[in-house]
Design a protein around this ligand. Structure first.
Ligand code: NAD
Length: 249
């Protein structure tokens, strides 16, 4: 498909896990990639890898998406250098695992700042361009945006908040030509759960393992790519015996 050929696709948190797999998938589709990440070293390494293995000259920009001023500056740079944005993928995210009572206020604030406000700032800055180009905004939520994971109050709250924000935005953008898609993956093997298959995390991974599948970042990226081609509004990837499929629309 040539749908994304030469389209400007901006991916936040593109240096690792699902974001990195999305970068590679959209590179394969011929997109012009903009990778925004807080990890400067990871960014350098990924740009080099794309040049060496995919003959792809991506634009990499260091940015903490939780910093509204930094997001504005980065978006202005993207508009200047690429002329606009066709697809914004709000993927950058962090997780947390602790009981509510043991979770410091700073952790609640940081998880909300990155996962929720990061996506909000990026979307607000990109929206004029997305409207002009009839583009798409894609948001990495999680099954935990529907069904809370145990001991992840901050993370669950941030993903629920994304649903409130982007379901409202989708409503406001009806008829504008801009598509809004929430993506809700189940347990996916990435650095986010570096130790999850050992020790404590094994308990959480158990339901996924019991049906014989933990998704890979590539599985999730491929599903997102295909859903973006069809401009879907919701993608639920249940690899866990939860209620995922029932919630698909
Ligand atoms: P990951 O930890 O492998 O990668 C996250 C990337 O985001 C990293 O490159 C990191 O440097 C970047 N990042 C973190 N904070 C940032 C900030 N403040 N500003 C800019 N970049 C920042 O994570 P992942 O597992 O690939 O998760 C990607 C998204 O998918 C997240 O939103 C996550 O909540 C969601 N998700 C993951 C899973 C899973 O099981 N891995 C399941 C459902 C949803």
């Amino acid at each position: 498909s040539k749908v994304f050929e030469r389209k400007v696709v901006l991916i936040t948190g593109g240096c690792s896990g699902i974001g990195r797999a999305l970068v590679l998938r959209f590179a394969q589709a011929g997109a012009r990639l903009v990778i925004v990440d807080i990890d400067s070293e990871g960014l350098e390494a990924l740009l080099q890898y794309l040049r060496d293995h995919h003959n792809c000259d991506a634009l990499g920009l260091h940015c903490d998406v939780a910093d509204a001023g930094a997001v504005e500056r980065v978006m202005a740079q993207v508009l200047e250098r690429c002329g606009g944005i066709d697809v914004l993928i709000n993927n950058a995210g962090i997780t947390q695992r602790s009981r509510f009572a043991d979770t410091p206020r700073e952790v609640f604030e940081r998880v909300m700042a990155v996962n929720y406000f990061g996506a909000l700032y990026c979307t607000q800055a990109a929206l004029p361009s997305l409207l002009a180009r009839q583009g798409q905004v894609i948001v990495l939520s999680s099954l935990s945006g529907f069904v809370p994971l145990h001991y992840r109050a901050a993370y669950n709250a941030s993903k629920h908040a994304l649903h409130g924000l982007f379901d409202t935005l989708r409503h406001e953008l009806e008829g504008s030509g801009v598509n809004v898609m929430l993506v809700c993956p189940g347990f996916t093997a990435t650095d986010m759960h570096r130790n999850a298959l050992e020790g404590d995390g094994a308990v959480q991974a158990q339901p996924a393992l019991s049906i014989g599948k933990v998704a890979s970042a590539q599985d999730v990226a491929e599903a997102i790519y295909r859903a973006a081609l069809k401009r879907r509004s919701l993608l639920v990837l249940s690899n866990v015996g939860w209620r995922g499929q029932l919630l698909a629309r």
